[in-house]
Design a protein around this ligand. Structure first.
Ligand code: GLU
Length: 502
């Protein structure tokens, strides 16, 4: 393994602003950030935005907001600036032109006049022959005078040539010393003279990333495994530019269920979805850290500062890691469980998008809701699930009825059941309105009405909560309080009566 170079560690996260921040990218950002923070180094963000066709307006802001929500921070970046800016590739054109000129001068790059149509045709022909579709080097050997003539020809039409890297004439090995994969050997005979600049002078990924990593003095390139095969090209470029080659670490892939690629169609891949569903950022961060990395002591729960302290790339595995939603749910539940009642209540607020809102004053309603939260928190994986479970405990006798609950209230026996229950509960004094007492009364109902327990308790729950599942019924009634319980039993009796009368 390569020793870390002396000097300050500098890592970067280089997303393309082409949409929501993907879980895999968040994972990459987290590992690069942890490494920088562990070494007291710099973590920076730069946007790779030269592929204009794939850009999505607003994506930059959304990516930064997602990173911030997850709990990451950066020392340099498009929003905060820094000494190595600009931090957007679209604003670094001058640097790429300078590097291009330097490469051309050194004989490491040449102009290419092949048109996209010619390239596509040759590519198709190569594939048809069963040959790899590599650039055939057609413009590599053009004489300087011929190249100049073609350049003038293009210039007359207001156009410019593309620029290609010139691979060494003789085959040579390029070894990637990777902190995760060890030494990985590539051969230049398996590469082709790759493009550096398009005819419109926008840079291609390998070129722009290398120039940026060089000019931004990046010491450790920590990124997704899919870029390992790009790395020999980048190393050749670093060498041709006379730049220090950084240390590389390619992180294991994240897979979905069945060890298939995480796909948008099969599961939520955007970090934003997890935020919206009410996962706690500290739980998601903890969970992502455990994908492909493990603690030598086998611990699973870490605060951010604990992670920074123990994180090391040596403990990152080569094997792909499986993103398992159930395990994330388990971890999120644990984090929810650890929140104090007032902290949980605070975190829940953005999820209570009830039209009438709830007052922040300690009204009877908030008292009831806060008590309900303490009961319901045990059964839910996320804040949004908690908000749904909580909605029946708002005031008002009218409820939002779920489809299954509505079906449960459809039975012939339901009006009598509700009326009878109300009659039995009414005499219970307010001060005795507690779940044990209520449980005793409910317990007698099936035999009194000559009905099976399911026919009694399921419609009752539906009438009281609009939901088909939840805590024990006596607990539900206790949480609702006497007034609301009776109001709801009455309201449904009435509503059912009206329906029947129509
Ligand atoms: N824009 C590239 C990506 O999002 C960055 C690759 C790199 O880190 O070099 O995959």
């Amino acid at each position: 393994m390569e020793p870390h170079r002396p000097g300050k560690v500098r890592t970067r996260f280089a997303p393309s602003p082409t949409g929501d921040l993907h879980l895999g990218n968040a994972h990459t950002a987290l590992f690069a950030w942890l490494f920088a923070r562990h070494h007291g180094g710099v973590f920076l963000v730069r946007f790779e935005d030269t592929d204009v066709e794939r850009l999505v307006p607003g994506a930059e802001g959304a990516v930064l907001a997602d990173l911030r929500w997850l709990g990451l921070d950066w020392d340099e970046g498009p929003d905060v600036g820094g000494p190595f800016g600009p931090y957007r590739q679209s604003e670094r054109g001058r640097l790429y032109e300078q590097a291009a000129a330097q490469l051309k001068e050194g004989g490491y790059a040449y102009d290419c006049f092949c048109t996209p149509e010619e390239l596509a045709e040759r590519r198709a022909a190569a594939l048809a022959r069963g040959a790899p579709p590599r650039y055939d080097g057609r413009c590599r050997g053009l004489s300087p005078s011929e190249a100049a003539r073609r350049r003038d020809e293009l210039a007359a039409a207001g156009l410019r040539p593309a620029l290609r890297f010139r691979l060494p004439d003789e085959d040579r090995e390029v070894v990637v010393h990777d902190l995760v994969h060890g030494a990985t050997v590539f051969h230049t005979r398996d590469l082709d003279d790759f493009l550096l600049l398009r005819p419109d002078r926008t840079p291609l990924y390998n070129f722009a990333a290398t120039v940026d990593d060089w000019k931004m003095a990046i010491t450790h390139v920590i990124r997704a495994e899919e870029h390992l095969t790009n790395t020999p090209r980048q190393i050749l470029l670093f060498e041709a530019l006379g730049a220090d080659v950084p240390t590389f670490a390619h992180l294991p892939m994240l897979l979905g269920p069945g060890r298939r690629k995480l796909s948008k169609r099969e599961q939520a891949t955007a970090l934003r979805r997890y935020r919206e569903e009410g996962y706690l950022p500290e739980a998601l961060l903890n969970y992502l850290a455990l994908l492909g990395w493990s603690d030598p002591a086998g611990r699973e729960f870490f605060s951010k500062s604990e992670l920074i302290e123990v994180f090391a790339l040596e403990r990152v595995s080569k094997a792909a890691a499986v993103f398992d939603r159930e395990r994330l749910d388990w971890m999120n539940r644990e984090y929810l469980r650890r929140l104090s009642p007032s902290e949980l209540w605070r975190r829940l607020q953005p999820f209570l998008d009830w039209p009438e809102g709830i007052s922040s004053k300690r009204s009877a309603e908030t008292e009831r809701l806060r008590r309900a939260v303490e009961v319901l928190r045990e059964g839910v994986p996320t804040l949004s699930a908690l908000a749904v479970a909580l909605s029946p405990y708002r005031g008002g006798s009218r409820l939002e009825m779920g489809r299954e609950a509505a079906r449960l209230l459809d039975g012939e026996h339901v009006p009598t059941l509700l009326a009878r229950s109300a009659a039995l509960l009414k005499p219970v004094p307010e001060e005795e309105w507690r779940s044990e007492r209520l449980g005793e009364i409910l317990h007698r109902l099936p035999s009194e009405l000559g009905l099976g327990p399911a026919k009694v308790f399921r419609p009752l729950r539906a009438a009281l909560t609009g939901q088909a599942s939840g805590p024990e019924l006596p607990v539900v009634m206790w949480l609702l309080g006497k007034e609301l319980t009776l109001a709801r039993l009455g309201a449904y009796n009435q509503a059912i009566g009206e329906d029947r009368a129509e």
